[in-house]
Design a protein around this ligand. Structure first.
Ligand SMILES: Cc1cc2nc3c(=O)[nH]c(=O)nc-3n(C[C@H](O)[C@H](O)[C@H](O)COP(=O)(O)OP(=O)(O)OC[C@H]3O[C@@H](n4cnc5c(N)ncnc54)[C@H](O)[C@@H]3O)c2cc1C
Length: 449
């Protein structure tokens, strides 16, 4: 049967004009907008949720990693400023040592920054407002405006209906490369999406009334035994009893569900994934209360507003970062940010995780943010041009923030310049602000508070 088609003739009002529009106000988009605005560009940030912060807030993934490779700090600049602000507002105790995936077969020691997502929402507001960014929440970017192969703005749907806004540069920070995809940018590995083989999602949840100290006192081998018991009983879904606690140590923000086999850019799959996540949370909470020290009186205080999505689309840019680049310490003359790892690949359909910390920070070239075939558009964050393996090491939030700051500078300089902006120009502005753009910049070592 021929598929039905509804042809609409839309007349969309063009309501404003900006130098830079950033689609998505997550880890990377927030930084891109603040960065572009500080570089002098009239900047608008459009975010579909009711807050900025992205996966860290809306999906409650309550710890930033990627600030440190082993003990070496690799991300500074505006990301570091945001972290300090969160501490100042009482939303975190700062950087600490942490054993990632403690109940798995190969846990790894890291330096992380655990936080209360509610405080991070407030810190994001303060940072963006102080930088003079125009912010529109509850605003979904639904399409790019285009003139031939150039993106010239975006179409938005919000409480007021549908409108268009033009811009000299658009930054796609949606995590899903939604603007780039609609603008015709080539995508990497499309079969991963169509075969629903992306890394599993996790729906985060928050338990209050938890005795965090009692849980921390359980020896690691017992935690692993508990996780394996839960898996055998089909009440725990991967080798994880991982959670972050907020200041006060009364709450556990749990990274314990594992939802595999869905393409979250498909609306029905996304719906099914959210509901499967909630079903899993029901059984996990029951298991924790009955079996795990510290949880006997736990109360389900919240479930994230959006399931955490690890993998969807990635663009093909002017350069594609590979796992060999990361592990082989490849240097790039146009490096604009440093990644820390770990290379972090969750097993699709299984219960395991592959984790590896590169023994050095790695450089990420500016070309990974620039689509090869479309102008007027940059892509930052989770969807940059990287292989699946490299993306496993470059998608952490601190790395996404560093990339965002670089994208903001590149966008702002591009608006103000008649020629194609060079990486040296971008690097010079970033360094002037205290951002780390190449290996030589990463000299600061971790000092416990
Ligand atoms: C379950 C899980 C656990 C993780 N664990 C960690 C961890 O412990 N530490 C860590 O550092 N990283 C972790 N990550 C990785 C990390 O959270 C993401 O890779 C990172 O947030 C990517 O940053 P981003 O800015 O590209 O995307 P996001 O932070 O996801 O931000 C994208 C933003 O764009 C908005 N958006 C999307 N589409 C539109 C649209 N059309 N219009 C307007 N707005 C839009 C979204 O609402 C969102 O706010 C985890 C990820 C998941 C899913």
């Amino acid at each position: 049967m021929k598929p039905l088609q509804l042809t609409e003739h839309l007349s969309t009002p063009l309501v404003d004009d900006y130098d830079v529009i950033v689609a998505g106000g997550g880890a990377s988009g927030l930084m891109a907008a603040v960065s572009a605005s500080r570089a002098g560009a009239r900047t608008l940030l459009l975010e579909r949720a009711n807050c900025m912060g992205g996966t860290g807030t809306t999906s409650m993934v309550a710890q930033w990693i990627g600030f440190f490779n082993r003990d070496r700090q690799v991300v500074g600049g505006i990301a570091d400023e945001l972290a300090r602000l969160v501490v100042q507002l009482g939303g975190s105790e700062g950087f600490k040592r942490y054993l990632m995936a403690e109940a798995s077969a190969n846990p790894i020691p890291l330096v992380h920054f655990a936080f209360n997502p509610e405080t991070v929402k407030m810190a994001c507001d303060q940072l963006a407002l102080a930088a003079g960014v125009s912010i529109r929440l509850h605003s979904r970017v639904v399409a790019p405006m285009r003139e031939r192969s150039r993106v010239t703005g975006v179409v938005v749907e919000d409480a007021g209906g549908r409108s268009a806004m033009s811009a000299r540069m658009v930054v796609d920070a949606t995590g899903d490369a939604s603007v780039a995809h609609a603008a015709g940018v080539e995508l990497a590995d499309p079969e991963v999406k169509s075969k629903r083989e992306a890394q599993p999602c996790t729906l985060m949840f928050r338990l209050s009334n938890v005795d965090v100290h009692a849980f921390r006192a359980i020896p690691r081998d017992q935690k692993r035994a508990l996780a394996l018991k839960g898996i055998a009983e089909k009440k725990i879904f991967w080798e994880s009893l991982s959670f972050c606690s907020t200041p006060g140590n009364t709450d556990a923000i749990c990274l314990m569900s594992r939802v595999s086999g869905f393409d979250t850019t498909d609306p029905q799959d996304l719906t099914n994934a959210e509901m499967e996540g909630r079903r899993q949370i029901g059984t996990i909470v029951e298991f924790l209360r009955e079996n795990v020290a510290g949880f006997s009186r736990a109360v389900l205080a919240g479930i994230a507003a959006h399931i955490g999505v690890r993998e969807t689309r990635r663009i093909v840019g002017r350069y594609t970062l590979t796992e060999d680049d990361i592990l082989g310490h490849r240097r790039f003359a146009d490096s604009i940010a440093l990644g820390a790892g770990p290379l972090d690949i969750h097993e699709t359909g299984g219960t395991g995780i592959r984790l590896h910390v590169p023994d050095q920070p790695f450089e990420i070239p500016m070309r990974c943010l620039i689509p090869s075939s479309v102008q007027g558009l940059l892509v930052t964050g989770r969807a940059i041009s990287a292989t699946r393996g490299a993306n496993g090491g470059a998608r952490h939030m601190a790395t996404a923030m560093a990339l965002g700051e670089a994208a903001g500078v590149l966008a702002a300089l591009s608006v103000a310049s008649a020629h194609e902006v060079t990486a040296d120009e971008v690097r010079s502005v970033l360094r002037g602000r205290g951002a780390y753009v190449s290996l030589e910049d990463a000299e600061q070592m971790f000092e416990p508070a």
